[in-house]
Design a binder for this molecule. Structure first.
Ligand SMILES: NC(=O)c1ccc[n+]([C@@H]2O[C@H](COP(=O)([O-])OP(=O)(O)OC[C@H]3O[C@@H](n4cnc5c(N)ncnc54)[C@H](OP(=O)(O)O)[C@@H]3O)[C@@H](O)[C@H]2O)c1
Length: 346
């Protein structure tokens, strides 16, 4: 056998290595979307250069939408959700990665219409994969996950316009995944933060993240038809949309800025142009899914080093794959606190 034939054969055998694994699969049955844990085989994963053994994934709001049949997120079922994954490269057909590399995949199409991190293996294009930055463990990377990364983009964009000395930053959905990491990051960067929350039992948690003031959500939502209210906040990170964001816009100080990433309250925004044209405020849209690759690597490096929250290990709950369905319902009900990670392999 010539050397080239041998190399070709071993390459084929290598890539055809089929591995059985467990995954949470959501099946569509007469309009119902039923999650259950199944044993699958890596030969059925989509094409892609990198096969990854997933060590940790995390629960994000989008996963809950995918797992409950939101066709705006996932068109076809059966499907394995999970927009986050951290693990080790099992097989690489890209010169950028090698077997055993520790890597992260967040965003792109993972868990949407590509089998996601709620499976013990994923196969994805090399361009979706980034090497685990020095300073983070696989577990820590998933405590951050898409929600924390979105908090990172939001804080990054906000810091371009608002400095700690400009005044208070208000954060909505404060006990949620994006909100809690945003509070931790802002505190680390020296900002004075105010949390809006619907959970009166979690004030100690919010204080531990650095919030010096807490406003109950109902109080913040007291109806007031005026187009602008007393200017109080230099900046804001909104994760919920709807009336909360409407009131944030009304209460920003001149030249203030607010980031918007989420819609757990509403996708609607009923506002006027007055805060924009009279106070010169800025509304910044945040999209983590297709955040450009070069910025993505830079931000992950920041989150692993100078921005790494001191209290990262107080921010999470760890669960197993067979608990994911319960947590999907909790996040849809707005009841999760901080970040939830899933240990995928024992
Ligand atoms: N644009 C992007 O790239 C991007 C990326 C990641 C996430 N997101 C979106 O950001 C949002 C937050 O994600 P997450 O992971 O932080 O979700 P989460 O963990 O469920 O947090 C959302 C928080 O919002 C608050 N909340 C719940 N229901 C509410 C309601 N009806 N009205 C007002 N506040 C409510 C709750 O916090 P309190 O009880 O403390 O108020 C809840 O914990 C979601 O819409 C998600 O899809 C967008």
């Amino acid at each position: 056998m010539s050397t080239s034939t041998f190399l070709f054969q071993s390459f084929e055998t290598f890539n055809m290595k089929n591995i059985q694994y467990k995954a949470l699969v959501v099946e569509e049955k007469v309009g119902d979307f039923l999650p259950n844990i199944q044993t699958l085989n890596t030969e059925n994963l989509p094409a892609g250069e990198i096969l990854i053994r997933v060590e940790y994934t995390s629960i994000n709001y989008k996963d809950a939408l995918s797992a409950t049949g939101n066709k705006g997120i996932t068109r076809n079922y059966p499907h394995t959700p999970g927009i986050d994954a951290a693990g080790t490269v099992e097989i690489s057909e890209s010169e950028l990665f090698h077997t055993g590399d520790e890597v992260i995949v967040t965003g792109y199409d993972l868990g949407m219409n590509t089998a996601g991190g709620f499976g013990q293996y994923i196969r994805v294009p090399a361009e979706w994969v980034i090497k685990l930055p020095l300073g983070l463990s696989l577990k820590e990377s998933m405590i951050i996950g898409t929600a924390g990364f979105t908090a990172g983009i939001s804080v990054l964009r906000l810091t371009e316009l608002v400095k700690p000395e400009d005044g208070k930053i208000i954060v909505s959905g404060a006990t949620g995944g994006v909100g809690s990491v945003a509070l931790a990051l802002l505190t680390k960067l020296g900002y004075h933060t105010v949390a809006i929350t619907g959970k009166e039992t979690e004030y100690d948690f919010l204080k531990s993240l650095g919030s010096s003031e807490i406003i109950p959500r109902e109080e913040f939502l007291l109806p007031d038809k005026r187009p602008m209210l007393s200017a109080q906040y230099a900046g804001a990170i909104d994760t919920v949309g709807g009336p909360v964001l409407e009131n944030i816009l009304k209460t920003l100080k001149p030249l203030g800025a607010v980031t918007t990433c989420g819609s757990v309250s509403s996708t609607k925004l009923n506002t006027t142009v007055f805060p924009f044209i009279l106070r010169g405020i800025t509304l910044i849209g945040i999209s983590a899914q297709n955040y450009p690759s070069v910025f993505r690597k830079n931000l992950w490096n920041k989150l692993a080093k100078e921005w790494k929250p001191d209290n990262l290990l107080e921010l999470y709950t760890e669960i197993k794959l067979d608990q994911v369905t319960d947590y999907i319902h909790l996040i849809l009900d707005g009841k999760l606190k901080g970040r939830t990670i899933v240990k995928m392999n024992e």
